[in-house]
Design a protein. Sequence first.
Length: 335
Amino acid sequence: MSGPLEAMARTARELVAPGKGILAADESAPTMAKRLATIGVESTEPVRRAYREILFATPGLDAHISGVILFDETIRQCAADGTAFPDLLRQRSIIPGIKVDGGTRPLAGFPGEVVTEGLDGLRSRLEEYAALGARFAKWRAVLRIGAGLPSATCVEANAHALARYAALAQEAGLVPVVEPEVLMDGAHSIDRCAHVTTEVLRAVYAQLARHRVVLEATLLKPNMVLPGLDHSDAASDEEIAARTIEVARETVPAAVPGLVFLSGGQPDDAATSRLDALNRHGAQPWQLSFSFGRALQAPVLHAWAGDPRNTRAAQAALLHRARLNGAARRGSYRP
Ligand code: 13P
């Protein structure tokens, strides 16, 4: 492996260091507006900046959080004392990352399906993000389960885009986090989620190979294998862990250093106890970690409620969830 690839592989391993995981704080402006609306706060640039500073300045966060994913606006913002957010994170030994996809758009000819855009101009954006201090990147593809969905075309188009992104990220010296999210929405069974997730991951690793992406210098951000939100039967943590690991062992090469699960709208305590079950399921070729957005931030937003007097309470809420997820990384989570 060349020097830059060695360095990226090292960064990938640092991101999945034992007891630690990633805080996804890369909500786009429209998504952040939705999150802030849940606490009755209007989404303006100063509000988003203040909220992100609360997250990043949380004392003790680095004990459980290895990296933070930023959004284009956020990587350019500063703390109140003028320290750029990527510098604030680096000073605390937390690795800054950046969301680089341009979001999803309807896939022409395939009603109900989307493809992630953002490849045009990506090379120069990646160079700029590297100069701003990012050391890893994220691109999210979205697959929906439904009658006849996802189509093979949608799976292929998204896998291809993920691979083109991953190759460009490595060229720029950034570790690509590869996120093909199979949504929880729907009434499908856990079997169907397992089947679709298998097909999607097979397509993604076939494309990554074709695009000469070096797997040691990547991370996978997958969904857990779950029954659909509207499915009649619940699944136990142990069943979810067993099915998720079964799918991963079938599809994800051992060269990948880690799987950093997304929370995808699961309740925060469910996401944590399932991560714990995954880590109690026996030795695996990869680290099983987290890259949670909502499952880390939902209690923080509610504790903060847009009031600076609640900063301490908000940071305590983040530290609490980060600590529990850190414990789940070791299979020692106790609710
Ligand atoms: P959730 O954990 O809220 O799914 O967010 C993770 C993420 O970054 C999705 O791209």
